[in-house]
Design a protein around this ligand. Structure first.
Ligand code: FE
Length: 263
């Protein structure tokens, strides 16, 4: 049975902000300095993506490969941790990809909670046996109770449900929303007990939010980076949105809470 914030009748809090990949447009993509900066911010969540290495480590990185954002090449799942650590992230003041262990250390005393996205490999398929590995590591660090999980893949959400009772949300891409339709999305959520979805901010509107909420499903957005996109998310009163510009988003949320909508 789906139990969302709406259905449970909880008091709605202010829209939550998730610093996407540690604030990509302010600090670079999935960088140590971005994650360290976010840990010190008065916001709600830090969003990050995880991939396994060939020798059993878990790396915090967006792409399944290194070449898009570092000076090295190759699929993370085919490299050792030492090989991944040898990569220098572009625009990151010489930083190297973090392990999930290291990220847990950075946030041990932070008030910012985790939003962990389970990514597929280069073949777009889930990594075999990866979800329980991620859950176990977060539990070992005492971070599991501070983690919400997300994925574009329904199969990964199923694996999460089997591994942990922690909240999980389905990232519904524009093509999926277009092809399945809002009622198809609701049917899938109800069939799989998914209590929350996130859609691209550019596909969100008040009608979509109302239909999703009426079905007892929490509604959030991702990729709200510009002032217009961030103000749209605040105006729609979404549960949470991810942004590459956490500092800007916090300032706009403060203005919004004071009845101002900055352009
Ligand atoms: Fe992500």
């Amino acid at each position: 049975m789906i139990q969302s914030d709406n259905e449970m009748g909880k008091n709605r809090r202010m829209t939550r902000i998730a610093s996407h990949r540690g604030g990509t447009l302010e600090y670079g993509d999935s960088t140590p300095r971005g994650f360290a900066a976010t840990a010190a911010m008065p916001l709600d969540e830090v969003e990050f993506d995880v991939h396994p290495t060939s020798d059993g480590a878990i790396v915090v990185h967006h792409d399944p490969t290194l070449e898009g954002t570092t000076d090295r090449c190759g699929a993370i799942a085919g490299l050792t941790l030492a090989e991944v650590k040898a990569a220098t992230i572009n625009y990151s003041a010489g930083g190297h990809p973090l392990t999930l262990d290291e990220l847990c250390g950075l946030y041990a005393t932070s008030s910012v909670d985790f939003r962990c996205e389970i990514k597929p490999g280069v073949d777009a398929r889930p990594y075999a046996g990866f979800v329980p590995q991620v859950v176990d590591l977060l539990r070992k660090h005492g971070m599991l109770e501070r983690t919400t999980f997300s994925s574009f893949l329904l199969s990964s959400l199923e694996e999460l449900a089997a591994a942990t009772g922690r909240p999980r949300l389905w990232l519904v891409s524009p093509p999926v929303l277009r092809q399945v339709g809002v009622h198809g999305v609701i049917d899938l959520c109800q069939a799989q007990g998914i209590p929350e979805i996130g859609v691209n901010i550019d596909t969100a509107d008040a009608e979509l939010a109302a239909i999703i909420r009426a079905a007892g499903i929490d509604f959030g957005c991702w990729a709200a980076h510009t002032p217009a996109q961030i103000n749209k998310a605040l105006t729609l009163d979404v549960k949470v949105f991810t942004t590459d510009r956490p500092t800007l988003a916090m300032a706009l949320r403060t203005a919004f809470s004071h009845g101002e909508v900055a352009a």
